[in-house]
Design a protein around this ligand. Structure first.
Ligand code: HQG
Length: 183
């Protein structure tokens, strides 16, 4: 069945971040899939789209969720994987402050054990508060944490910047968390 762009974006997130085997797709160790292979396997599994559709969704993704290889033959998710993948990102110095939006109901647990990646590979952090608010709202009544990334970096904790500008780190211990607003 043909699908619209939102459905295609969700489908790409599903197979490139979480369940490539849902359509028998095999990603390489860095999370890349051949675009022709992806289109053929999706089609065989009943999800029909063409190369132009895929390239349009990649270009128009609001969060730049997907990256293309330089030769545009392969695609991968920029971040957000639930399985181990070597994104090949070099650790780099983060902005002094980063933000993480979550839900009020998670506060007690986060304040006692810090931010953990949960089902993803790493904790996702935003450069601005408004993005963090949108991320937090996906989970319920939002709460935004301000992260002392400069202090974490000084302590030797590593930060990575995904292709789409999201910052990634393994965990954020509670001492680096400060609350901003509670809605
Ligand atoms: C919370 C979306 C209890 C964490 C977004 C979050 C983002 C804890 C939830 C990207 C905890 C995990 C990632 C602890 C963390 N106790 N709860 N110790 N530590 N949590 O969806 O950051 O649309 O896996 O605060 O825009 O919300 O998919 O992570 O609330 O960029 O492209 O556990 O996903 O992008 O939730 O979102 P998630 P996230 P896409």
């Amino acid at each position: 069945m043909p699908i619209n762009d939102t459905q295609l974006s969700k489908f790409l997130s599903l197979v490139l971040r979480h369940q490539p085997d849902a359509i028998g797709l095999v990603l390489d160790s860095q999370g890349w899939a051949g675009i022709d292979d992806l289109i053929a396997k999706a089609s065989a599994a009943g999800t029909k789209f063409g190369r132009d559709d895929l390239l349009r969704v990649v270009a128009e993704s609001d969060k730049k969720r997907f990256s293309l290889s330089p030769d545009a033959e392969r695609i991968r998710a920029a971040q957000g994987h639930s399985f181990s993948v070597e994104l090949g990102l070099a650790a780099q110095e983060p902005p002094a402050t980063l933000y993480h939006g979550t839900a009020v109901r998670f506060l007690e647990s986060i304040l006692s054990e810090g931010l953990k990646p949960q089902s993803r590979q790493q904790v996702h952090l935003s450069v601005d508060e408004s993005t963090a608010l949108r991320v937090g709202q996906r989970h319920g009544r939002p709460h935004i944490f301000k992260i002392d990334a400069a202090a974490m970096h000084a302590r030797g904790l590593k930060f990575y910047r995904a292709d789409n500008g999201v910052w990634l780190t393994d965990t954020v211990p509670p001492e680096f968390l400060a609350s901003t607003t509670t809605e």
